[in-house]
Design a protein around this ligand. Structure first.
Ligand code: SF4
Ligand code: SF4
Length: 295
């Protein structure tokens, strides 16, 4: 049995800003909502969402005998997160200006897992970053980290939405668990809804066929149909306006510091980069995931 306080201290030691621990549970309501949402076609070409829906609602399907989910978050808010000059037409989401979080967060989770196994050598645990079929934002709420905002992202009271998440699903129990988040939430605010240039934020969900972030990263064929409003990779419009982001501090974990300044790059500069130059300068960033769109 783990002491929650010890887990949180270790999470901080490996570089996370936030950590909460939730009991494994099934999210049947969320599974049903996802199925309905996909049936209505809102998932457009996000094929990965259609796989393993059952696992998403049940972490024990990912780790046999799982009892606890550790949810960690780290802020990546940088100067790009505050927004671009109005006429900039080669905008890159601020998280994509740093080392690919799939790599960084996974390393941090592995380091945390190693420390946990030093305490409990028989521990069975798996680390997940983004790609795994798990309702990570729902677990983050369950672990007390924040709430899911109108733009469907996790909002944390201190760091806003500019956070990256990682989870450890493990077989060990904890001496206690965090209370699910019950703060004020979005209240009457609708700034993200109003700021979305493509009206992609609907009640309780995102229409991915209209979302620039999806169009430039995942739904590549839809990029042509969706007005990209000067974005070439991702989109921060619905985050920059969030009042919680405006008051959030900049990142403190330097592993997430920007590796380049996209304000200094014009659309023409991107287009004239050779493949070799692109890989050399941006090979460790998430931009590599969408080389075709960016070039
Ligand atoms: S990422 Fe951009 S396009 Fe997508 S919902 Fe947010 S503001 Fe709209
Ligand atoms: S902008 Fe307002 S409505 Fe949107 S997530 Fe932030 S607080 Fe919620």
């Amino acid at each position: 049995m783990f002491d929650v306080g010890v887990i949180k201290r270790l999470a901080q030691d490996v570089g996370f800003d936030l950590c909460g621990v939730a009991q494994c549970r099934k999210f049947e309501q969320e599974s049903n909502f996802l199925k309905e949402w996909l049936d209505k076609g809102f998932g457009s070409s996000l094929e990965y969402l259609k796989r393993n829906i059952e696992c998403r609602g049940d972490a024990t399907a990912l780790v046999e005998g799982a009892k606890s989910v550790i949810v960690c978050a780290v802020s990546y808010k940088n100067e790009i997160s505050d927004g671009y000059p109005a006429d900039h037409n080669a905008k890159v989401a601020s998280y994509a200006c740093t080392t690919d979080y799939h790599i960084t967060i996974k390393q941090m989770l592995f380091a945390l897992c190693k420390k946990l196994k030093e305490i409990e050598p028989d521990l069975s645990a798996r680390c997940f970053v983004d790609s795994a079929p798990i309702f990570e934002k729902r677990y983050a709420v369950e672990a007390g980290l924040g709430w899911i905002g109108r733009q469907s992202l996790l909002v944390t009271p201190k760091y806003g939405t500019f956070v990256l998440l990682g989870e450890i699903v493990m077989t060990a129990e904890c001496n206690e668990y965090d209370t699910p988040y019950k703060g004020a939430g979005c209240g009457e605010c609708r700034r993200c809804v109003e700021a979305c240039p493509n009206n992609a934020i609907k009640e309780r969900h995102i229409d991915t066929s209209r979302c620039i972030s999806c169009a430039t990263i995942e739904c590549r064929d839809e990029g042509e149909q969706c007005n990209l409003h000067g974005w070439i990779f991702g989109c921060d419009e619905c985050q920059t306006v969030c009042p919680y982001n405006k008051k959030a501090p900049r990142l403190s974990n330097t592993k997430f510091a920007p590796l380049f300044n996209p304000v200094a790059m014009t659309r023409q500069a991107w287009a004239t980069l050779s493949h070799e130059e692109f890989v050399e300068r941006f090979g460790t960033t998430p931009l590599m995931r969408s080389l075709r769109k960016t070039k």
